[in-house]
Design a protein around this ligand. Sequence first.
Ligand SMILES: [Zn+2]
Length: 165
Amino acid sequence: MAAGEVLDTAALIAWPLERMRGSLVVPSQRAELSRISPDREIMLDAAALEWASPGSAAIARASGLATTTGDMAGLSPVDLELLALAIERAATLATDDYRLQNLCELGGVPWLSVTMEGISSLWSWELRCTGCGAVLPSPDTPSSRRELGNCSDCGSTLKLSRKRD
Ligand SMILES: [Zn+2]
C-alpha cells in the first residue's frame, strides 16, 4: 500500500482507481480534470482521495525551488501546489512533468513517474548561464537543495536547462 503519494493529473487519468486509493491531490485539479476528462472526474469519488491544499510555507518553499532552477515560468499553479503538498507531507510526487521531476530532485523530494520512464532516460541537464550563455558541467547528484551559483565569466545567475542527447 503506497503511503503518502501526491498524484499529478496524469496519474489521476491513467492509474486504476485502486492504485490511487488514499493518495493526496489538490482541489484545483478537479477543475483541470473536468476540463480534460469529465468522465474520469466523476469516477474519482470512488477512489477515496485526500483533497488537501498546501500551506503558505510549503508554497513559498516550492516557489523558491522553482525560482532557483528557472522552472517557475513553465509551472502551472496546479503544478506548484502539487510540489508544495509533496514537500509539506513528506510525500512522493507521482508526475511525468520533467520540470516537477527536476524540482523534486533538487528539493530532495522523492518522485516516481506515472507512465514514462522519467527524466534520467529522456533528458540530460546542463548548467547554463542566464547572462552570457556559457555552459558548465551539470551537477551529477542534484539530490539536495543547493545554490546553483553564478557564472565565473560574467557573474549572472546559472540555471539548469534540459538537453537532448
Ligand atoms: Zn555568464
